[in-house]
Design a protein around this ligand. Sequence first.
Ligand SMILES: *Cc1c(COP(=O)(O)O)cnc(C)c1O
Length: 459
Amino acid sequence: MAQIKKVYLDESEMPRQWYNLAPDLPTPLQPPLGPDGKPITPDMLAPVFPMNLIEQEVSTDRWIDIPEGILEMLTIWRPSPLVRAFALEAALKTPARIYYKNESLSPAGSHKPNTAVAQAWYNKEFGIKRITTETGAGQWGSALAFACALLGLECKVFMVRISFDQKPFRKLLMNTWGANCVASPSNETEAGRNILAKDPKTPGSLGIAISEAVEAAVTDPTGQTRYSLGSVLNHVLTHQTIIGLEAKKQLEKIGEKKPDVVIACAGGGSNFAGISFPFVYDKIHGAEIDIIPVEPTSCPTLTRGPFLYDHGDTAKMTPLLPMHTLGHSFIPEPIHAGGLRYHGIGPLISGAINDKLIRPVSLDQLECFEAGTLFAKTEGIIPAPETNHAIAVTIREARKAKEEGKQKVILFNFSGHGLMDLTGYDKFNTGNLVKHEMKDEELFKYLKELEGYPRPVGA
Ligand SMILES: *Cc1c(COP(=O)(O)O)cnc(C)c1O
């Protein structure tokens, strides 16, 4: 019998609580601010989110019980296997042991349903009938459409125009799960109409789509619509920690004491938080672990964006969040990793950067597609373009381990499969994918708009 390839958990071994990093961050999180520069109170968010999720957003409890109804939905695809990438290790001739959490096995093909089912459940519990949201590559929209279908909720999705055109299949997934999906900017909201008037050919951005989805929720006269965000916010990041909590049990099961390196790609930060926060907890308590979020050089929020207070969306409807940002007006290059094109990042992740608990890296898309292709040819699964960023840094770390002759344990999050992103692979395969890096002038231009904004302490 060969060495063990996959580590499974029984359903009975599934974590019963999520881990919330907020109370453990050495430097306490600074609060979101309203337009007047004063901290936002929970009741101010009430038109946007149901109160039970707002309570979770501001919670300082380290552990949050997962309701039974959510656990039941999660068992459709969880626990997810922890997989040893033997063939990738062999191709790299590395002494490192590479493990990945396979989050591509969910019905929507990514980690996003982990929070989608939770958010839909809390909304239903609160008496909400309809949920609005934005989506980039379509992963979040399809995850929420799936969750709403399970619970019998209406779902309205504003999908970033460039992805709507490049990735029609995710729209069809959403439709099949019963959701209504439109391209953003749309003519259905004031935010959308304003942007279309200025730039009718805009590729759109997550920031614009968020503005539209929030507007559509708060202007529903029945009061039974709320908005849902697929990443960035504390409660979303917390829901994803089931990934890292499972991984910890699985590593233990297979006899690994701890990972030396933990890697995930970062857009708004949810899959990164999901796999890494339980290990950030260990690091705070003395464990030596290199924890790496990976982003594209064309959207370098963590590596080049300053730590500021900024809006989560282009129309400035959301509160100001303390986060690394490229500026809310940033419209990213249409690179193929649609899910990594957000101007900001979850405040918990910014906190972990400021406290030097994690070490961000940015990579060009060419190196990422090369890495993803090697993974596909060795381990078999074609990764999402976002996931390729995590794989590329895993490969760098595995090569470094070889040079140093070290038997490192590398854990990365396989955040999703790429079966709906094959146009990106086609471009790469035919030599039509180009390198792209954000220019300084561009960054200065977007950040200039934040002059006069309140500054978080330490900025
Ligand atoms: C959405 C998405 C991401 C990026 O979002 P995060 O909130 O940063 O996790 C990464 N990988 C896949 C497959 C995605 O769908």
